[in-house]
Design a protein. Structure first.
Length: 547
């Protein structure tokens, strides 16, 4: 019997699957090839805590498997072994990519409600169960230390319980915290779990609003930080977060970075985003990462690659760069003409823009002028049309930012999780929100100028024919428009969900796009709750007045 067949069984088995089968699967593969999502289980009835967590090797393997489950959920692959998940839907909602695939009804225009009755829903299944699976794995490892007397590392007079045992506990709690981070940002409600939660006793009344899940996330992260600071020094080995050795100070900074992200990306609308405690965010930013937080992709180690990053440069006929990402860089008015067309009139092939932004395209070697046929640093024109009849979703641009000669950037190169650039743009937004606009240009201009754009001032980009970005009506954007544009360009293909969270908080989602996800219909059925959903132009989605 395989995990996949077990997952398709009746909802009453969901909690057992979370607690035992998922853990055992990750134990089976995490230390080797890392294939902890597709393991065949020949005797699932024999899996229990006593025969899974009775030694340190199993527990450490499970912890690594828990991390990889989080990483895969963050980059688009889910525990069901496929990548046709939110790494396509959420970037499309975030106006970063576009798809003509008929398999993703939620991305159609006008926006349609999420079909939460489908047990295999690509947007509410993995996004819900993967964080829960990571939480269960981490909790079992944490509690197994005391229950089975596990000792990690050397036993000394100063560390009778093992020199490395504290870092195992801290990392397990960290996984629980960042899994709640995913649930808080994605869903309208969730369970508040800790290392002592008994999932067999969870009931419908234990589901709490997302604001409480957010608060719980931040509390857990602060506990992790406090415990790490108070305990002995440690280093996270490179085998845990593949290829990355992380010191205690670096680990604490990563945790602070998640707190910043949780605060900034949680808001569901512009009013909530504006109401973020930006002064506190600015203080916290001084404690965040000092180098990019990466995972080294390795084809020899399963589930260390990013389907989202791979899709960013795939020369696909049904998945490409969204016109709404690069359109504000257009200086010809073609983008505004395209925007003004009704959905039924938008054509495929789509627009070809001209921009001074060298990330979009380069210059003609003879004339020295911008030339859309010359590939830019991040994007390149594609001569073939996208397949399908949904012309409004058509695009003639693909991503080339992470493309190399071997087209293996997603399988061998470092995959970004949190970058210094991301923290830089969050700082810029904090300064802007606090009225310190004179300090913002210094944070935007390094990458703007490097891309061939004119530097901004506190008033925004210089007006005129070369103004970038431009608003939907063709007028020259202001400083905040420039901030949003620059962040979206620099963050392109680095995170599968940030574009959606930013567009949500900035009020840029297309009308009817879901502002959050409903709890998976599988669990709603299990807990005896009515199935509900979000999205659609007549439902609970982005309101009229959005782009």
């Amino acid at each position: 019997m395989t995990i996949h067949s077990m997952q398709s069984s009746l909802p009453r088995r969901i909690r057992t699957w979370r607690r035992f089968v998922t853990v055992a699967a990750c134990v089976g593969g995490a230390m080797g090839a890392g294939a902890c999502f597709g393991l065949d289980v020949t005797n699932p009835n024999g899996l229990n805590r006593q025969n899974v967590f009775n030694n340190t090797s199993n527990a450490e393997a499970a912890l690594i498997g828990g991390w990889r489950r989080y990483f895969n959920s963050a980059t688009g692959r889910n525990a069901y072994g496929n990548a046709t998940s939110h790494h396509i839907i959420m970037p499309t909602w975030g106006n970063e990519f576009t798809t003509t695939s008929t398999g993703f009804a939620q991305t159609r225009e006008p926006r349609e409600p999420i079909d939460n009755t489908a047990l295999s829903s690509p947007i509410t299944r993995g996004t819900w169960y993967d964080p829960l699976g990571t939480i269960s794995i981490a909790r079992e490892v944490y509690n197994g230390i005391d229950e089975f007397g596990l000792r990690f590392g050397a036993l000394t007079d100063a560390a009778p319980n093992g020199e490395d045992t504290p870092r195992v506990r801290i990392f397990a709690k960290f996984l629980i915290a960042i899994s709640h981070y995913q649930l808080a940002l994605r869903f309208d409600q969730g369970f508040l779990q800790t290392v002592s939660t008994n999932i067999d006793t969870l009931k419908a009344a234990d589901l709490k609003p997302s604001a409480q899940v957010l608060a719980h996330t931040i509390t857990l992260l602060r506990e992790v930080i406090a415990e790490a600071k108070a305990g002995p020094n440690f280093t996270i080995p490179a085998t845990w977060i593949n290829g990355q050795t992380i010191t205690r100070d670096e680990f604490i900074r990563i945790a602070y970075s998640y707190i910043v992200r949780a605060n900034v990306y949680y808001p569901r609308n512009p009013a909530q985003r504006e109401a973020v405690n930006w002064a506190n965010v600015l203080v916290l930013l001084d404690s965040t990462i000092t180098k990019d937080f990466l995972v080294k992709a390795d084809p020899a180690v399963s589930y260390t690659s990013s389907p989202y990053l791979a899709n960013s440069y795939a020369n696909s006929t049904n998945y490409r760069v969204n016109n709404r990402l690069i359109g504000p860089g257009d200086t010809t008015g073609r983008y505004q003409t395209w925007l003004a067309q009704p959905i039924a009139s938008k054509i495929n092939p789509s627009i070809r823009i001209v921009s001074p932004d060298r990330r979009i395209h380069g210059v003609n070697a003879t004339s020295g002028r911008p030339d859309s046929s010359v590939a830019g640093r991040y994007f390149a024109l594609v001569t073939t049309n996208m397949t399908g009849s949904v012309g409004y979703a058509g695009s003639q641009y693909r991503g080339v930012r992470f493309l190399n000669a071997a087209t293996d950037s997603a399988t061998r190169a470092p995959t970004p999780l949190i970058t210094l650039d991301e923290m830089r743009f969050i700082r810029a937004e904090a300064l802007y929100r606090l009225g310190r606009t004179s300090e913002v240009p210094a944070l935007l201009n390094p990458t703007r100028v490097a891309a061939g754009l004119q530097p901004v001032t506190a008033s925004g980009p210089p007006a005129g024919g070369s103004c970038v970005p431009r608003r939907n009506d063709g007028s020259c954007g202001d400083l905040f428009d420039a901030l949003q544009y620059e962040k979206r360009m620099v963050m392109f293909a680095t995170d599968a969900e940030v574009a959606y969270y930013d567009q949500r908080g900035w009020g840029k989602l297309l009308v009817g796009t879901p502002l959050e996800l409903p709890v998976s219909g599988r669990d709603l059925t299990f807990y005896g709750l009515p199935i509900y959903t979000f999205g659609g132009v007549a439902g609970n989605g982005a309101p009229p007045g959005n782009p």
